[in-house]
Design a protein around this ligand. Structure first.
Ligand SMILES: Nc1nc2c(ncn2[C@@H]2O[C@H](COP(=O)(O)OP(=O)(O)OP(=O)(O)O)[C@@H](O)[C@H]2O)c(=O)[nH]1
Ligand SMILES: [Mg+2]
Ligand SMILES: [Zn+2]
Length: 308
């Protein structure tokens, strides 16, 4: 029988079948695993799996196959920097929840996420939470972020989980979709989900006064059904996203504002650093590519290239 993974703890999985019944499942010793990516977890939330019941009418099952994924988002494994961990698979929409302070999200972090989403053609939206806390300086930062990302086609939605009237647009966007909620620890992913799904009571934890960082309250990714239709996937806070295997010379393709200029660079193998006749550098001068995005392009490029 077929089902979809709602929760994964690493040792067991909660799987829902097409009739809506939940099963506790484990992986069968000899499972067919997608060999194209090496990750610390063979099965992720959102995966479609084939399983056998351990006994007729019971609710424990053995998973023997994972279906090919349409897409997935990876993070750097918290235990090993060189390994990837699949956060979730087969998603329709990826929300990056960010905050300007408490905790602070960096543009480099945002761009790594957006690059991954672009590489898989997953629509991505930036959700700026905690707008109830904005200082004047924070409000100016929000304005700048809105300008940078709106100009290149990303939707930026400002919300406060504490102000239900700010959540109406967001709620409407999620109907009928399987949406990933991702972002640093403490940005309010679980708090927002509690607001969007009545009667859900996910654990949340105050951001540390001392470090200004979240406490890694959510420890396993888990999917929930929305009222109406659609699902939300809550995930543990991430320090850093991994990039799917991507060559440094592909990177500019995943910056939408650069992608449309690539055919205009003089050299077809232009890296957009020092080359003469570079359309990206020209656009940077004219402020059509932002300083911030260009900077993240260079630093992400450096991190994935051995020879840059
Ligand atoms: N002022 C304010 N605080 C918020 C808002 N949203 C969430 N919080 C608070 O931020 C803290 C962290 O929220 P969580 O929902 O636990 O954050 P999380 O993103 O799920 O964190 P992890 O599970 O650790 O990844 C809690 O104390 C929330 O009450 C908001 O819009 N405004
Ligand atoms: Mg959480
Ligand atoms: Zn160029």
């Amino acid at each position: 029988m077929q089902g979809i993974v709602y929760k994964s703890t690493g040792s067991w999985y909660q799987v829902k079948d097409e009739a809506g019944k939940l099963y506790q499942a484990r992986i069968k010793g000899k499972m067919k695993i997608d060999g194209t990516i090496s990750s610390t977890n063979p099965i992720a939330v959102g995966d479609w799996v084939q399983m056998d019941l351990e006994e007729e009418g019971g609710n424990s099952a053995m998973i023997y196959e994972v279906q090919d994924r349409d897409n997935y988002i990876v993070r750097v494994s918290p235990h090993n920097k060189h390994q990837k961990h699949i956060v979730a698979a087969n998603i329709d929409l990826a929300l990056l929840i960010v905050t300007i302070s408490q905790p602070q999200t960096s543009l480099g972090f945002i761009d790594r996420f957006l690059v991954t989403a672009e590489a898989y053609h997953i629509p991505a939206i930036l959700v700026v939470n905690k707008t109830d806390l904005l200082s004047d300086a924070d409000a100016a930062t929000l304005h700048r972020w809105d300008k940078i990302y709106s100009a290149i086609g990303y939707q930026v939605v400002s919300v406060s989980a504490y102000l239900p009237e700010t959540l109406i647009t967001l709620k409407a966007m999620l109907q009928g979709k399987k949406t990933l909620f991702s972002g640093h620890s403490g940005v309010g992913k679980s708090t927002l989900i509690n607001q969007l799904i009545p009667h859900l009571d996910l654990r949340t934890e105050i951001v540390s006064d001392y470090s200004g960082k979240g406490q890694h309250t959510t420890t396993f990714a888990e999917m929930f059904d929305l009222p109406g239709s659609g699902n939300i996937i809550d995930t543990p806070g991430v320090k850093e996203f991994g990039l799917i295997d991507m060559k440094q010379d592909e990177l500019a393709q995943y910056y939408p504002e650069m992608q449309r200029l690539l055919s205009q660079c003089r050299f077809s193998n232009c890296k957009h650093i020092n080359e003469p006749g570079c359309a990206v550098k020209e656009a940077l001068k004219q402020d059509l590519v932002s300083e911030e995005r260009y900077h993240s392009y260079l630093s992400i490029g450096e991190s994935i290239a051995t020879v840059w």
